[in-house]
Design a binder for this molecule. Sequence first.
Ligand SMILES: NC(=O)c1ccc[n+]([C@@H]2O[C@H](COP(=O)([O-])OP(=O)(O)OC[C@H]3O[C@@H](n4cnc5c(N)ncnc54)[C@H](OP(=O)(O)O)[C@@H]3O)[C@@H](O)[C@H]2O)c1
Length: 282
Amino acid sequence: MKKVVLPAYNKNIIKAIRSLHVDECNPLEPGKDEVLIRVHAAPCNPSDIAFLMGGYNIVKKVPAVPGFEGSGVVVEAGEGAEDLIDKKVSFFIQEEDCGSWSEYVVSNRKKLVVLDDAMDMDQAACFAINPFTARGLLDIALLRDNHTIIQNAAGGQVAAFVRQMATDMGIEVIDIVRKERTVTRLKEEGARHVLLESDPDFEQKLKKLAAELDARLAFDAVGGALAGRIFNAMPSDAEMVAYGGLSTRPVSGIDSMDLIFRDKIISGFNLPEWREQMDDDF
Ligand SMILES: NC(=O)c1ccc[n+]([C@@H]2O[C@H](COP(=O)([O-])OP(=O)(O)OC[C@H]3O[C@@H](n4cnc5c(N)ncnc54)[C@H](OP(=O)(O)O)[C@@H]3O)[C@@H](O)[C@H]2O)c1
């Protein structure tokens, strides 16, 4: 089988991408509760970019095969997974010796979502990470009984799933973006509250809206100064959940008084840990 191989991590993403090449090897054998999947498609997510640069929390021994999710068809099964043969699946994979940028992968059945035959297989390649991340984040809103959330990087995929699911759950969303044209796009798509981070009145507008809508939960995918500006604009008893670091800058500018006297907190969300907390049938 063919697989894409990263020979070495490189902080320079262009050099890392240019170093990728295709190797041939024998497909792995599925063990107990495992299946062999013929891969249909695999995306390149921000986590893959971070992985190629050696800046992700998963660091495989190099040479390594990148790719943490994809779609495909089960072509072989180990003991206890025979019922999955010929099924279309989405899979999530972080194992040392496997990556989705490959013709075949072996996955434990617990890490699969079996798909309806009508599901588009290209779309299904992006099904295992971002929609579940959005759901995991919104679980925090449900647990905290928050009826409004704030999110940055609102033009991105995770944010789009958050917005759709939040609407279905009756949760209001304040979206923050960095480009004027993204404001226009999100409003055309039905987003109700969209703020531009470069607006000179950004903080005042966010503070006013957060107070009016009692927005005490924020999902931060950016970090850096923007995270601090959002945190400071939120009311007392607010929580900011960091789930991405797209700016590659440390969260900054947070007012210590907010932490000490206004019961505000910062936490983090990591999909694999959330998935482990779900029941075995997930
Ligand atoms: N913690 C977890 O378990 C978990 C799971 C899934 C994803 N993630 C993380 O979630 C983040 C979003 O993923 P995604 O798939 O939604 O990404 P995406 O579809 O590529 O979207 C990224 C969005 O972020 C915006 N953005 C990028 N850099 C920015 C910056 N420096 N300042 C402000 N906005 C910026 C982009 O804005 P423009 O449109 O203006 O370029 C784009 O709209 C990534 O960091 C990813 O690694 C974490």
